[in-house]
Design a protein around this ligand. Structure first.
Ligand code: HEM
Length: 329
């Protein structure tokens, strides 16, 4: 009996020491790195004073609509009907990263294009793409810490402690933002599978490549506005549709489709699946994109997610952000 009592004492001391260590860790880092969930992400991303009714990340943006005009070139790789030759209507959203729906367009480090392509039969493909081709980290809890580091001015130290961020940093050092949303390349970053009729899976990434001629700087007539890029895009649409090629890169066996920090070699096969044709733009709270959650796990039959952990974290966080703004609207 005496032995049992002292065992419990040791256990109790152990629990108290553990709790103390956790409290110190939370105080030092903001959150235990292995327990980040969707609430934590959205709490952090929205900041101390959330902009009610808006997305908690990529809060500034506008709705676009148009068509995906498929070339049929992916039909052998995927049974998704939207990859058969032909045209499918799409709703989309063009945005900048950050939680402020009034932020100046030209200050944002990341620009984005999100699409929801829906066939008449109700098959839906949603994708949210960013200007960087890779992420700086491969685990959701590390991304959380990256956001903490961005907020508290320790991002350089964070990068030094995360060598997997090398490709991202190299891209960021060479990236020059263009003068138009229409002349950026937007990347899926995460990889997915195309699934063929015989069940064969092909790992892929995709990117939207502009057909429009590169514009280095935003035209002077818009440059002083906080909405410079939005105004440039709307003016452009009055002249003609904005078109992107949707280019798929096919992984080979040596490529790790679950790691969003690594670029696949440039020699990989690329297939132009078709064109994204954007024909109209609407303010975000009035347009169809307001009610759309661009969850990257909304995929049609013929596409499937990889085991990339970031994809699950994204899906859960987008749903949480959607719930918050929907309640407020
Ligand atoms: C763990 C990593 C990530 C987290 C936690 C995260 C979180 C979020 C959240 C909370 C939103 C707002 C969603 C809404 O209210 O509809 C959002 C939007 C967005 N994210 Fe992420 N994100 C992550 C990674 C990525 C990556 C890798 C990409 C690019 C491939 C990306 C692209 C976008 C885009 C384009 C939007 C705006 C979509 C729209 O227009 O509604 N995110 N993200």
């Amino acid at each position: 009996m005496a032995q049992a009592v002292s065992w419990w004492r040791y256990a109790l001391v152990g629990v108290l020491v553990g709790a103390l260590a956790l409290a110190f860790y939370v105080a030092a880092t903001g959150f235990p790195s292995s327990k980040v969930d969707a609430q934590d992400f959205v709490d952090l991303q929205q900041g101390a004073t959330p902009h009610e009714g808006f997305r908690r990340a990529h809060a500034k943006g506008f709705c676009v609509a148009g068509d995906f005009v498929s070339s049929g070139a992916l039909a052998d790789y995927s049974t998704a009907t939207l990859f058969a030759a032909g045209s499918t209507p799409l709703q989309g959203r063009i945005s900048i990263a950050g939680n402020n729906p009034m932020a100046p367009d030209l200050k944002a480090p990341v620009r984005s294009l999100a699409l929801s392509i829906e066939t008449a039969a109700g098959d839906v493909w949603r994708t949210a793409m960013n200007t960087p081709p890779v992420m700086a980290v491969r685990h959701p809890q590390d991304f959380y810490q990256q956001l903490v580091a961005l907020g508290n001015g320790t991002i350089q130290q964070f990068f030094a402690e995360h060598p997997e961020s090398a490709t991202f940093r190299e891209w960021a050092a060479g990236y020059r933002a263009s003068g138009s949303f229409a002349t950026e390349v937007y990347h899926s970053i995460n990889a997915f599978y195309l699934v063929a009729a015989n069940g064969e899976r092909q790992a892929v990434r995709w990117r939207a490549v502009p057909r429009a001629e590169l514009v280095d700087t935003v035209p002077a007539e818009f440059a002083d506005s906080d909405d410079a890029l939005q105004q440039e895009f709307t003016a452009r649409l009055r002249e003609q549709p904005v078109v992107f090629d949707l280019v798929f890169t096919l992984a080979e066996a040596s490529d790790d489709e679950t790691d969003p920090t690594v670029l696949w070699p440039a020699a990989r096969t690329e297939i132009v699946a078709g064109q994204i044709v954007l024909r109209s733009a609407t303010a975000q709270l009035e347009g169809d994109c307001n009610a759309i959650n661009f969850d990257p796990l909304v995929l049609p039959d013929g596409m499937a997610p990889t085991a990339d952990k970031i994809l699950r974290a994204r899906s859960a966080a987008y749903a949480e952000s959607y719930r918050r703004r929907a309640r407020e609207q």
